[in-house]
Design a protein around this ligand. Structure first.
Ligand code: DGJ
Length: 718
């Protein structure tokens, strides 16, 4: 009897062991977040948990099963699927069962988990990848799809990631707008059904909407409290985020390439790798989420992310297309006097048959215009070197004006409809980067310039047109690959450039912030958030982009937009990002000159704090007459606090601004800097010493009732 009982016990326990082995639990963890999956009895993978890190493994058994991780089309779920495939027999159902998973430490606190799923009827494999950056609290996810059917299968939908959340309410913040009006912050509550954020613009893909979002749980998002998931897709083309609240008030977030007009035919044994989706989960509001992204971007993603950045003088707004060699050399002298690191030559230096005297012609013909630059770019590089500054140059290599030699020679390289009139955006068209010959041409634009003039120290890579007239001569019967293959072609070119010129800094521009994603930033050191440099508008635009991108990636130039603001106000705004000037310096009076010279010096001193430090957004410009943000050095010894009075009301009561991120027990000296020469500081407590505790709990009277006043305060540990 005893033996029987023992045998029964043995059988039962080995059965449950077998069960456990068959139903693996997969934990993806950073220092502060857990994402937990488990295989259920039916062999399918379920997301059990996403949120603040769970430290007690014994609790995990109590978690509910959750929702299937990567939902497929054609089975029993009635909402938007992550994947939709058409098999060779025209059946488009997919049922994914767990096969195995692996987890590998990549080093530096980074861990990659790969979960392999397979259909049990069709030879289709889906691998879900999760790369967890422990310290920075970021998870990067992507998906690989492959198959062994006889003929290609058709991928109709192919998400990078699907995440599930279960809360009482969901508040979505999106960042949309237009040219010169980028990244406006709008928050709304989600109700049953779908909210889609997407773009179909192809090349200048983010002109209307940025590829990132914030999703606050239970309550509207806050800067320093509350749970918020912040996500972004690394794809320099059409993307789509779908937020769907289902019948149980659960939220599904699907992120990936926009499947719009992009059915992809995948041959057997080839792997379709989706772009990366990156997210962070913060329990301390949007501020912490931003700092997570900023740290991660600098440490792991952005080209030369931990290097400093160059200040510059750009000639675009002071000359537009109207310049010659002498004028440019004169501007270089001004750059030297100003003390910036580099002179950046913008659009208008190239083409001879149709000289680039306006945006109507010449794009595509990348030789110097002889009557503007008789001694070529080489002379400019030499002059810059003599003056002790660097030389940078503008290109827009993916594009062509119909009035150009390139268009005349290689019409087949241009994305255009063979049987229709051409439609132009900014008088230009997009080259077909799905074609390897075009990739060679685009690579050649950079490579030829660098080979001829190795002294070129910087490129501004522009992209002013969305893809219009969508048709590729090269792709023939695979037209629905164009949006995807365009971006892949672009990456092939950028890979070659990065491999050959690994330390060449490059600015990404797309008529402003028309391209602003983290995959592009693997190849670019920075980007141009907007052509709108009115400092008031910039306060809003920079506020929007700062949610996800670190200051060193955001170029901000002092220009003549909004002359109603002082040069000090404009410079203080630009100093919150990567500082540059694009202004006729000769129009400034002596005081303004002196101010700018001093500001550049202050900026150089504060670069480690502004570019590498932690950002704390203190007062939002949205719904306020003022705004303030501060950067704190990683060692907490120095901080730079920016404060702006935009449109204060008459006799308005202003409250002190409480600082953040300092060491409560340390003593700090507070000093207003960047003042116009001859004007003293009216800041209460200027040049006094306070504890971090005081500064963070009582604060400083940074705001005034003066219209368009600005302040920069340097805080230094005593
Ligand atoms: C659009 C960019 O945003 C501007 O900064 C400037 O480079 C022009 N293109 C040049 O055409």
């Amino acid at each position: 009897m005893k033996l029987k009982a023992f045998l029964l016990f043995f059988l039962l326990s080995s059965f449950s062991l077998l069960q456990a082995a068959d139903k693996p639990l997969i934990k993806i963890e950073t220092e502060r977040t857990s994402l937990i999956y488990q295989v259920a009895d039916n062999g399918r993978l379920y997301q059990k948990y996403l949120g603040k890190k769970l430290n007690h493994d014994s609790d995990i058994q109590y978690l509910p099963q959750g929702t299937e991780a990567y939902l497929t089309h054609g089975m029993e779920d009635y909402f938007e699927p992550a994947i939709h495939i058409r098999h060779n027999d025209n059946n488009s159902s997919l049922l994914l069962k767990y096969v195995d998973h692996s987890s590998n430490a990549i080093g530096n606190g980074v861990n990659e988990t790969v979960i392999t799923l397979k259909d049990d009827k069709y030879p289709v494999t889906v691998k879900l990848h999760y790369v967890a950056y422990g310290k920075e609290n970021i998870i990067r996810t992507f998906t690989e799809i492959s198959h062994e059917e006889k003929k290609p299968v058709i991928l109709c939908k192919y998400a990078s990631s699907m995440l599930h959340l279960n809360s009482s309410k969901y508040f979505l913040t999106e960042f949309s707008g237009d040219w010169a009006h980028e990244a406006n912050v709008t928050e709304r509550e989600l109700a049953f059904g779908k909210k889609v954020i997407d773009t179909k613009l192809g090349a200048r893909a983010n002109m209307f909407v940025s590829p990132f979002f914030q999703l606050a749980l239970d309550n509207p998002s806050q800067e320093n409290a509350g749970e918020v998931l912040v996500g972004t897709i690394g794809w320099t083309g059409n993307f789509r985020f779908t937020f769907e609240v289902d019948n149980k008030n659960e939220l599904r977030i699907i992120s990936g390439i926009n499947p719009y007009d992009s059915e992809y035919s995948l041959p057997a044994r080839e792997v379709f790798r989706t772009p990366d989706f990156y997210f962070t989960y913060s329990t301390q509001g949007k501020g912490e989420a931003s700092r997570n992204f900023h740290d991660w971007a600098r440490n792991h993603q952005v080209k030369n992310g931990n290097d400093t950045r160059m200040t510059l003088l750009n000639n675009w707004e002071s000359t537009y297309f109207d310049f010659d060699e002498n004028k440019l050399i004169g501007l270089m002298d001004e750059a030297t006097k100003l003390g910036v690191d580099m002179f950046l030559l913008d659009d208008g230096w190239f083409a001879n048959k149709y000289p680039r005297s306006s945006d109507h012609q010449g794009l595509g013909d990348w030789e110097e215009t002889a009557d503007k630059l008789p001694n070529g770019v080489g002379r400019l590089v030499e002059e810059a070197q003599k003056k002790g500054i660097k030389f940078g140059i503008w290109i827009e290599p993916e594009m062509v004006n119909p009035k150009s030699e390139l268009y005349e020679k290689h019409k087949d390289w241009v994305i255009h409809l063979p049987n229709r009139d051409e439609y132009y955006f900014r008088n230009q068209m997009v080259l077909d980067l799905s074609n390897p010959k075009v990739q060679d041409h685009v690579f050649g634009v950079v490579d030829n310039l660098m080979t001829k003039y190795p002294g070129i120290a910087f490129f501004k890579w522009d992209c002013n047109s969305p893809i219009t007239n969508i048709y590729s001569v090269y792709l023939k019967d695979k037209q629905s690959h164009l949006y995807v293959d365009y971006v892949r072609g672009l990456y092939k070119v950028l890979d070659r450039i990065k491999a050959k010129y690994p330390n060449l800094p490059m600015m990404l521009c797309a008529g402003g912030g028309g391209r602003s994603d983290y995959e592009a930033l693997k190849y670019f050191t920075e980007f141009w958030p907007s052509d709108n440099t009115d400092p008031i508008e910039r306060l809003f635009i920079q506020w929007g982009y700062s949610q996800i991108f670190p200051s060193k990636t955001l170029c901000a130039h002092v220009t003549t937009w909004n002359r109603g603001t002082s040069i000090k106000f404009r410079t203080d705004v630009a100093m919150m990002c990567k500082l540059g000037f694009d202004i006729k310096l000769e129009d400034m009076n002596q005081n303004e000159h002196l101010y700018c010279d001093q500001a550049v010096k202050n900026y150089n001193r504060l670069k480690p704090v502004i570019l590498e430090g932690d950002l704390y957004r203190l007062v939002s410009p949205y719904g306020s007459n003022h705004t303030s943000s501060m950067f704190v050095g990683k060692d907490k010894k120095t901080a730079a606090v920016f404060a702006f009075d935009i449109h204060p009301r008459y006799a308005e009561k202003t409250l002190p601004v409480r600082l953040q991120g300092l060491n409560a027990d340390k003593k700090y000296r507070v000093k207003e800097i960047n003042m116009m020469p001859g004007s003293g500081s009216s800041l209460k407590g200027n040049n006094q010493v306070f504890s971090g505790e005081y500064l963070m709990n009582v604060g400083l009277d940074l705001f005034t009732t003066q219209q368009l006043n600005s302040r920069l305060i340097e805080i230094t540990e005593e």
